[in-house]
Design a protein. Structure first.
Length: 276
């Protein structure tokens, strides 16, 4: 009797194990196959493949009891590979590559348990560089450079553990300087200068330690009629007035303490020394 019971429970266990794994197919409402794979209990398990309505693969990769593992691939609806990544227990780990629909590589990153690490770079669809830099523990940590699709630098700035630090410079697509100034702990700091597409300095002012506009800012009028002089306090406008354009030379502009006297209404703030 004891042996009979043992055999019964063994058979029951084997039957239960067999029923734990099920081949599954999922379909679109219109009847096309959408996904197929194996379910273990309530988990996706083993290789799973998903499809576009036109029948081409959308993605393919392996699960272990619902957890992504191994190499995974994603595709465009024309069958061209879109992205490839490696996973360890649901975390991206190793080299990840992304592609344009024409097959041209779009970007490459290195992952360490879901954090980007080391060199990261990307390209425009025409094959020219888009950006390049380094990650450290998932944070930008080096000089990063972004490029236009014609090869001209768009932005350049150093990151220190995720925050912009030091000189930052931006350019127009024609190569002319767009803006430059200092960064401190991820915030614009000190005097920043801004230029027109033709290379003319058209705005200049200072940011405080909290990244807010502070003190006197001067804006050149694009219509060549009047320039604006604006006094900021912690990002808020205190005083604003206009003067005939080209009265100021922004290249030699020096910001110093001043008083603006306007009859009965006297506004105190900073003045602009047009000589220094």
């Amino acid at each position: 009797m004891k042996n009979a019971l043992t055999i019964f429970f063994v058979l029951l266990f084997l039957s239960s194990c067999d029923n734990s794994y099920q081949d599954v197919k999922v379909y679109y409402d219109s009847g096309e196959i959408k996904a197929e794979g194996v379910m273990y209990l309530s988990f996706e398990h083993g290789v799973w493949t998903r499809y576009y309505k036109n029948g081409t693969k959308e993605s393919e990769g392996e699960f272990f009891k619902g957890v992504q593992t191994g190499d995974w691939y994603w595709y465009f609806d024309n069958g061209q590979i879109k992205e490839s990544s490696h996973f360890e227990e649901n975390d991206a780990h190793g080299v990840s590559k992304r592609y344009f629909k024409n097959g041209q590589i779009r970007a490459q990153d290195i992952w360490a348990y879901d954090l980007r690490e080391g060199r990261s770079y990307a390209f425009h669809e025409n094959g020219s560089k888009s950006y390049a830099g380094l990650f450290n523990d998932g944070l930008r940590d080096s000089v990063w450079v972004w490029y236009y699709d014609n090869g001209v630098i768009e932005d350049s700035v150093r990151f220190v553990y995720g925050d912009e630090q030091g000189l930052g410079v931006s350019y127009f697509k024609n190569g002319n300087k767009k803006e430059y100034g200092q960064w401190k702990n991820g915030l614009k700091y000190g005097v920043w200068r801004y230029f027109s597409n033709e290379g003319k300095l058209n705005k200049k002012g200072e940011f405080n330690q909290f990244g807010y506009r502070e003190g006197i800012w001067v804006l050149k009028d694009s219509l060549n009629k009047f320039d604006s002089i604006i006094k900021y306090t912690s990002g808020y406008i205190d005083t604003c007035y206009s003067i005939p354009t080209d009265t100021l030379n922004l290249d030699s502009l020096n910001i110093q303490p001043f008083e603006l006297k306007g009859g009965e209404n006297e506004n105190k703030g900073s003045y602009i020394d047009m000589e220094g």
